[in-house]
Write a protein that binds this ligand. Structure first.
Ligand code: P6P
Length: 335
């Protein structure tokens, strides 16, 4: 790519987005502006996250969200910050958020994009200072700009995403995203308030030796999951599960590995959400040469029926997911 200079590590996110604008010859820069709006909100959430303990804003908020989970204050703050940044940015007409029961219609007559977002996933980790993350999916609305928002604007399969990504508030804060032309990672330099390109063109290793799953629920798994985990232990793989999807996914993406959240008795459709968790990471995974399945099909091809619907998730290195799914076929034939 002639714009080799723009790819040089150390380029700022802004300059990178501008250099990549050429990938969208017909776009008038709205998607670029939208990505900037997300980056801005993530800088604010990063600041709130870093001082959560100090400002005593950690701990339960005393309300529960649509998930029925104890809402941590930072969840609420992150949700407000992203919604505010996206509505002020002017590019978005509707938002689906883990923290909101219904679609937020921004009444924006010129907004072209629909966002599905988990403002702060893994928030139960906040009080114990474990990495947490924001996950987002970006779609183009299907119905004419300026017309009322319809269900078809919202209920789009993951294959329709124009961009997706995550922010990992970890030992350093990173923004990783794709617009369908590969995956690039940016690391936040607090003192300058800028994201710098640190992981150009991320490619997931074809295979790996790390598995991420909550083994505490193993008595609730289908037999094939247990068979696959036994095979991993035979091969002396490493178990790495920190209870924060973005952190587990990001490590496996860079080092090779598989993350599984299967159907369990408590969560017969898995625990993770299709629209603002699985789809975004599945788009990133596929763009980085990895794969994402619900156990039967590509995550990206699932037609959403409900905003907050859950899905089992097998995501990570191609060879590992393929092997994990082969056990499903084995038990299917054995039945
Ligand atoms: P469990 C956090 O609540 C989350 O959504 C993911 O970030 C994480 O991987 C998973 O759920 C942990 O769930 O049931 O293993 O505690």
């Amino acid at each position: 790519d002639q714009s080799g200079l723009a790819y040089s590590v150390g380029t700022t996110l802004d300059r990178f987005i501008k250099s990549k604008q050429r990938d969208f010859p017909f776009a008038s820069g709205e998607l670029s502006q939208l990505l900037r709006d997300i980056a801005l909100a993530s800088k604010i959430v990063n600041r709130e996250t870093n001082r959560a303990g100090l400002a005593n804003i950690g701990g339960a908020f005393g309300q529960t969200n649509v998930q029925g989970e104890e809402q941590q204050k930072l969840d609420v703050i992150a949700n407000i910050r992203f919604i505010r940044a996206l509505s002020k940015g002017g590019e978005v007409c509707a938002i689906v958020s883990e923290e909101e029961d219904a679609v937020i219609d921004l009444q924006n007559k010129s907004g072209k994009y629909v966002i599905a977002i988990d403002p702060l996933d893994g928030s139960s980790n906040i009080d114990v200072n474990i990495s947490i993350g924001t996950i987002f999916s970006i779609y183009r609305r299907k119905t004419p700009i300026g017309s009322p928002i319809q269900e078809e604007d919202i209920m789009q399969p993951g294959t329709e995403q124009v961009a997706s990504g995550y922010v990992l508030y970890g030992s350093s804060t990173m923004l990783v995203y794709t617009t369908g032309f590969g995956v690039n990672g940016f690391t936040y330099e607090q003192s300058l308030g800028e994201f710098f390109l640190s992981h150009p063109n991320i490619q997931a290793p074809e295979t790996g030796s790390i598995y991420s799953i909550n083994e505490g629920t193993q008595n609730d798994w289908a037999p094939e999951i247990k068979m696959y985990l036994d095979a991993c232990k035979e091969k002396k793989y490493a178990a790495r599960y920190i209870g924060s999807l973005v952190a587990d996914f990001h490590r496996n993406l860079l080092k090779g590995g598989i993350y599984i959240y299967p159907a369990t008795k408590k969560n017969p459709n898995g625990k993770l959400r299709l629209m603002y968790e699985a789809n975004a990471l599945a788009f990133i995974a596929e763009q980085a040469g990895a794969v994402a399945s619900d156990g039967n099909m590509r995550i990206l091809e699932i037609q959403p029926k409900d905003l907050h619907q859950r899905t089992p998730l097998f995501i990570g290195s191609k060879e590992m997911v393929k092997e994990a799914l082969s056990y499903a076929r084995k038990t299917a034939t054995s039945i």
